[in-house]
Design a protein. Structure first.
Length: 84
């Protein structure tokens, strides 16, 4: 069980566990907070990842429609295949 998380700077954090030695984690991208959140929160399942991609794609299509004057949709099939 995690007892404490200490953010040393934007790249490094120390996680303290009950009855264990602390562990230092580093992030090369400069976002230790996000890295720690991924460590303490379960990773999304494949289905959740696919659902998120589909939701983002639907939002993108809705935005395209809202900004389109003649209300015709042109969707790049390669982008659609990548999203799914």
């Amino acid at each position: 069980m995690i007892t404490k998380i200490l953010l040393k700077d934007s790249n490094n954090a120390v996680i303290y566990f009950e009855g264990r030695s602390p562990v230092t984690v580093s992030s090369d991208c400069g976002n230790a907070v996000e890295l720690v959140m991924h460590l303490i929160k379960p990773w999304p399942t494949k289905e959740e990842q696919e659902r998120s991609k589909l939701i983002l794609l639907k939002q993108e299509i809705a935005e395209m429609r809202a900004n389109d004057d003649d209300k015709t949709d042109v969707i790049n099939i390669e982008d659609l295949e990548e999203a799914v």
